[in-house]
Design a protein around this ligand. Sequence first.
Ligand code: SAM
Length: 216
Amino acid sequence: MGFRELREFMVSTQLVPRGIKDERVLNAMRKVPRHLFVDESIQNKAYDDMALPISEGQTISQPYMVAIMTELLELKGNEKVLEIGTGSGYQAAILAELSKEVYTIERVDVLAQNAEERFLSLGYTNIHVKVGDGTLGWPEEAPFDRIMITAATPKIPDVLMEQLSEEGIIIAPVGDRFSQQLLKCTKSSGKYSDEYHTPCIFVPLIGKYGWQQEDI
Ligand code: SAM
């Protein structure tokens, strides 16, 4: 099977049967070439039902996790989105297919550089990358209509809540170091409501309002 067929197979065997329904999300997962976001040596595993290693001890999330987190953001196409944890850049590319502008922050310099090169070569002009501590958000660009944290956090940092626009949605894997649950928090008329979704395991969010490097 070629990569296009593998993507179609991934959608029909991993995403649709687990309840992903948003056609826009499914189409983005059919379109973005996930194999170009991993090392050549593991490109043959790019569409398997698992997270994969990228460099610097980090991971690209399992396709289902990318799809459900994206679906929970309820993107319509006009949003300004903040992602914390650029990693390979795959999730940012999916978000860029479905929203207006994506701002993504990565703490590891080389990962941010590699991701930026991928965005350029794939023609994404609506993704903006910054190296730094994403737990502080991106105050110069706030507010954001949607925020996605793609690393495990003990709680959603208050600073990020403050950078969420009215009627905004934030999604994050929240819990302890080795097990979390997806938390979707919706802001409406100044009030927040929480909804818990699937259990998950992410690498840690390391920063001022996440875990401290020495705790890892
Ligand atoms: N979204 C990524 C993708 O599509 O490949 C996967 C993200 S990976 C599971 C988590 C990423 O969060 C790692 O690249 C890690 O370096 C980054 N990270 C951890 N703490 C961070 C922080 N405080 N600010 C920004 N990035 C952080």
